[in-house]
Structures are given as C-alpha cells and as structure tokens.
Design a protein around this ligand. Structure first.
Ligand SMILES: NC(=O)c1ccc[n+]([C@@H]2O[C@H](COP(=O)([O-])OP(=O)(O)OC[C@H]3O[C@@H](n4cnc5c(N)ncnc54)[C@H](O)[C@@H]3O)[C@@H](O)[C@H]2O)c1
Ligand SMILES: O=C(O)C(=O)C[C@@H](O)[C@H](O)[C@H](O)COP(=O)(O)O
Ligand SMILES: [Zn+2]
Length: 361
C-alpha cells in the first residue's frame, strides 16, 4: 500500500490504506491477527468470489469464508442470521475478527453482524466496488433493509481498518462503476466544488489516471465529516449532509423493490430531485440544475425514473427517512455547487413537485 489516511475517532480511530493492489497489506493484517492467537473469518459474495478468486486466496487463503448471494436483497434479516450462525459455527470469540470483502451490501451486512455478535467483535473493510471504496467502507454505518425501508436496522460500528485496492475495479461491471460515481458526484456537490468541476471537465472512468486520487479525496472528505459528527447527532448539517439525494433515492429503492434500481442509480435520481428542490427554494438556478444533470448523465447515470412511479408511496417511504424530526421531513439541499445544508421547514408540496419532475406521477 502506498498511502494511508487515519479516521480520527479517539479510541475508535483506524487507518484507511490505499494502493492499486491491497492483497499484501490485507494478508499481513490477517497473519498478524492469527499470530496473536485470534481467529479470522471472511464474508464475501459469489460474484467477487468468481471474479477475484486468486486475489481472495492471496488475502485470506486458509481462513473460513462465507460466500453469499450478490445483490441488495442480501442486506436482509435472513442473511444476517446466516452470517451470525457462521460466526457461531466457527466458535469466534471476542478476540475474533471478521473481514468484509465486497461491495456496500457485504460491508453493511457483515459490519452489522460484527456489531451485534457477542455484542461486538472487530471487523475490517476490504471494499471491492467503487461505491464501497469512496463511501460505504468508511464511517461505521452498518445495517440491513426492512420491507418498510432502507437501512432501518443497524448500528454504528467502526472498522479496525480499511484496505482499498483500486486494481480490483478492473472486473467490476460498468453499471456498478457508474453506480459508484453517484456517490463520488454527491461528494463533490456536498463539499468539494473542485472535485465537481474536475468531473464536469473530464468524465472519470476505470482507466482514468486520476481514479486513485479521486477515491482518496472522497475518503478524506467523508472521514472529516464523520470525525465531526460520528453518530449524526448535529442539530443542523454534520453527517446528515452525506445523505444528499438519499431522501428521494432511498424512497425509490424501497418502492421499486430492493435491487430494481442500484443504490447509486437511485441516489443519482435523488441528486437530480434534490437539485430541483434547491432551485425551488431559490438557492441554485436552472443552469446549476442542468450542470448537475449533465455530469450525472456523462457518467452513465439516470436523472429520471426509468418508469413512472406513483407519488403517494414515494412520499410514504420518505416519511420513514431517519432524518425525520417530530414527523417533519428534513432534506439536504444545495446552497451552491459544493455547499450543502440540512433544512426542515420545507413545504412538502415542493418535494412532491421535485419528485414529479424526475418522473413520479
Ligand atoms: N454504510 C454506508 O455508509 C453506505 C454508504 C453508501 C452505500 N451504502 C450501501 O451500499 C450498498 C451498495 O453497495 P455497492 O454499490 O457496492 O453494491 P454491491 O455490494 O451489491 O456490489 C455491487 C455488485 O458488484 C459485484 N462486485 C463487487 N466487487 C466486484 C469486483 N471487484 N468485480 C466484479 N464484481 C464485483 C457484487 O457481487 C455485486 O453484484 C447499498 O446497500 C447501500 O445502501 C452504505
Ligand atoms: O455515511 C453516511 O452517513 C451516509 O449517509 C452515506 C450514504 O451514502 C449511505 O447510503 C448511508 O448508508 C445512508 O445512511 P442512512 O442513515 O440514510 O441509512
Ligand atoms: Zn449512499
């Protein structure tokens, strides 16, 4: 690994290590744990197990590995039970360590299992999708979906370390790379105007020489936000800003059934809706909305629903958002490109109109 960044959270601080190839660094950590008498287990999914068989062998060869079905539906109570049973079956004690090797689905699910098994064991993130490298592996939000809503059950449980090897992205399907770009664009919009401008000037691809630097930049911004408001308790702003586009996006995922839209695709449409809401509130103009949609489109992301969806269930889903306070919706809005804020006193009609403009009926 060539570079490292620390997420500073006192006793819960941890390093994020970056490189093109993370395998040797992961192996060294696994070996160190085993030498110290600690058990190591791995959770991954079938697509990664097939696409990166040799790399997984280098990282974890000899350690028990649970291979789950890929996809958003795996972030469920049933699969959580499977991971917990796997930990018990291998007699993992409080000294044990769980490695989550995969995308955000595996990281969120395995992280939550680690948070709850024996009331908390150590876990490590080995993100293998763009989305998980720039967002989900950092910050300690873990959890699963319920039919009623996205990520409704979970825990804050920080990893002990994050290993990012961008070389793994060569086997990632293009649709999944695009989904990760939604969180990259989100990061630029909420707090890094220069990153947004860079993406506007030149579309980022898996071949881009800048890819590694962009991943590090997203992690650095997220680390700073998490350090300031780890548990999302700030009255305004704070960690909730990382939810830009998610109030709309999570509703789309829940109403259409998990997996119909990838998380990043739903977030992309959510960013377009949040931009329109911000325009209605008078913060940004039509030119800025068009610029946001152009960057999303250039990165192969949708800015409108693929099929019309009724507004009523979408609004019901938004009412379950975790940012709701005293029954009132709270949104993340854009004050300008690169500056976001939370706002609660928004007429729901404006949110409805914004949803209609991206395809709700
Ligand atoms: N905890 C957080 O802070 C946070 C942040 C953002 C998103 N999320 C969550 O992350 C999830 C989405 O994560 P995701 O986009 O990584 O999806 P994912 O985990 O479903 O992975 C996407 C697909 O890529 C495959 N894959 C993974 N790595 C691969 C590789 N290197 N080569 C080939 N195929 C590979 C997987 O098998 C899967 O089919 C959502 O559930 C979302 O809610 C959480
Ligand atoms: O880390 C955070 O905080 C985020 O909001 C990052 C989001 O990209 C991510 O999708 C997160 O899981 C959403 O959190 P939730 O609290 O709205 O479920
Ligand atoms: Zn997200």
């Amino acid at each position: 690994m060539i570079e490292s960044l620390t997420v500073n959270l006192g006793a819960r601080s941890y390093p994020i290590q970056f490189g093109v190839n993370a395998a040797a660094a992961v192996r060294a950590e696994v070996d160190a744990l085993i030498t110290a008498g600690r058990k190591v287990v791995v959770v991954t999914d079938r697509n990664l197990a097939n696409a990166q068989r040799d790399t997984l062998e280098t990282m974890f060869g000899g350690q028990p590995m649970l291979v789950l079905e890929p996809g958003e539906e795996t972030k469920s109570l049933t699969e959580l039970g499977r991971v917990l049973d796997f930990l018990a079956e291998h007699r993992i004690d409080r000294g044990g360590a769980l490695f989550a090797a995969g995308g955000g689905v595996i990281g969120d699910l395995a992280g939550f299992a680690a948070a709850s098994y024996l009331r908390g064991i150590a876990f490590y993130q080995v993100p293998t999708t763009l989305l998980s490298m720039v967002d989900s592996s950092v910050g300690g939000k873990t959890g699963i979906n319920l039919k009623a809503g996205k990520n409704l059950v979970g825990a804050f449980h920080q990893p002990k370390g994050v290993f990012i090897g961008t070389g793994l992205l060569t086997t990632l399907p293009p649709r999944e790379f695009a989904a990760g770009m939604a969180e990259v664009i989100k990061t630029g919009l909420l707090g890094d105007a220069a990153l947004f401008a860079q993406l506007e000037a030149k579309t980022l691809t898996v071949e881009s020489a800048e890819l590694g630097a962009v991943v590090r930049r997203c992690c650095a911004l997220k680390a700073g936000v998490v350090e300031a408001d780890e548990h999302e308790t700030a009255k305004e702003g704070g960690r909730a800003l990382l939810n830009l586009g998610h109030t709309f996006g999570h509703a789309i995922e829940q109403v259409t059934g998990y997996g119909h839209y990838l998380h990043g695709e739903a977030v992309a449409i959510g960013l377009a809706a949040a931009a329109r809401l911000s325009q209605k509130l008078g913060y940004i103009g039509a030119v800025e909305v068009a610029r946001i949609e152009a960057v999303l489109t250039a990165h192969a992301l949708p800015v409108k629903l693929r099929e019309a969806l009724p507004l009523a269930p979408l609004m019901t889903a938004m009412a379950r958002d975790k940012k709701v306070r005293a029954g009132a919706l709270r949104f993340v809005v854009l004050k300008s490109l690169g500056v976001a804020a939370t706002q609660g006193d928004i007429d729901p009609k404006l949110a409805e109109e914004s949803f209609r403009e991206v395809g709700a009926t």
